[in-house]
Design a protein around this ligand. Structure first.
Ligand SMILES: [Cu+2]
Length: 290
């Protein structure tokens, strides 16, 4: 890329894949170089002071103190640079993220719902309308509490852990949480946002490179926090359509009649004879062992 990317790479920053990410990277790079300059500058000054004002040379304390104005000018310059960084770069960049959302007409809108310890994604399906969700309807097989009686929910797509989005389209994610505070962190997209129970918080980014990227939880949310990972797959438009089609077919299968509606005479559902349930009960099998 360019020479300033040295520190970001050294600190393990993965490559940027979003439209606005280079701006974040520039600020990070500049801040790190600035902090490095301050660190070496102040360290040198500290060592100078230790030698210059040693006891052997100054047996009696001087009550006048420093008379030169150099340190005042230096400190003023540091404050000025920091103010320009904050007011001139950081705040405008942040304001654009939170105030200037893309037009929903051509953006992809997805709901992401955090739970200990997974990310659920809810897509509106072909009708473009999100079905009603009700916390009272949440079960193991209906992790988001989607209302089956709402016509808009019939074609909705619910996926666990893996979200696909098309490249070069803005993505708006409306974040919420089922339990505690999580943080939806897309490091490659240079964006992160807290998911707070009881709130729906939007965030947006525009992926510009296809590939598979990590979704992590950026807030310590419990014992399984370390494993709260998912993936964001940025597809070509054709691959994205294929994924949508596949997911729509799969969610059609999920709407098969529930076990209580089995034909008369058929045995009730239960563990397959001869199998041993795993320790701790087998009710979480559907969640997959990510
Ligand atoms: Cu979490």
């Amino acid at each position: 890329m360019h020479s300033l990317a040295l520190i970001n790479e050294f600190l393990g920053q993965p490559p940027n894949a979003s439209e606005h990410g280079y701006q974040i990277d520039h600020i990070l790079e500049f801040c790190h170089w600035f902090m490095a300059a301050l660190f070496f500058g102040w360290s040198a000054f500290f060592i100078y002071v230790l030698i210059r004002f040693r006891r052997g040379r100054n047996p009696v304390a001087d009550h006048e103190g420093v008379t030169s104005g150099i340190s005042t000018h230096l400190e003023f310059a540091v404050v000025l640079i920091e103010a320009v960084l904050l007011v001139g770069f950081a705040v405008p960049l942040w304001a654009k993220r939170v105030n200037q959302f893309p037009d929903t007409a051509d953006a992809i809108l997805v709901h992401a719902i955090g739970q200990q310890f997974n990310w659920n994604f809810h897509l509106p399906g072909p009708d473009g309308t999100f079905g009603r969700r009700d916390v009272n309807l949440v079960t193991n097989s209906n992790p988001l509490g989607l209302d089956p009686n709402d016509p808009a929910s019939k074609d909705d797509i619910v996926v666990l852990g893996e979200l696909h989005v098309p490249v070069n389209r803005s993505v708006i994610i409306e974040l919420s949480s089922k339990d505690v505070i999580h943080n939806f962190a897309l490091v490659n997209m240079r964006i992160a946002q807290d998911a707070i129970p009881g709130s729906i918080i939007p965030m947006w980014f525009k992926p510009i490179k296809t590939g598979t990227y990590e979704v992590i939880c950026g807030q310590l949310c419990g014992l399984g926090h370390y494993g709260m990972k998912g993936s964001l797959v940025v597809d070509s438009p054709a691959d994205y359509q294929a994924w949508l089609k596949e997911r729509a077919e799969l969610s059609g299968q999920q709407q098969a009649p529930p076990p209580t509606q089995r034909p008369p005479g058929e045995p009730p559902p239960g563990p397959t004879p001869g199998t041993v349930p795993p320790p701790g009960g087998g009710s979480n099998e559907q969640r997959g062992g990510r």
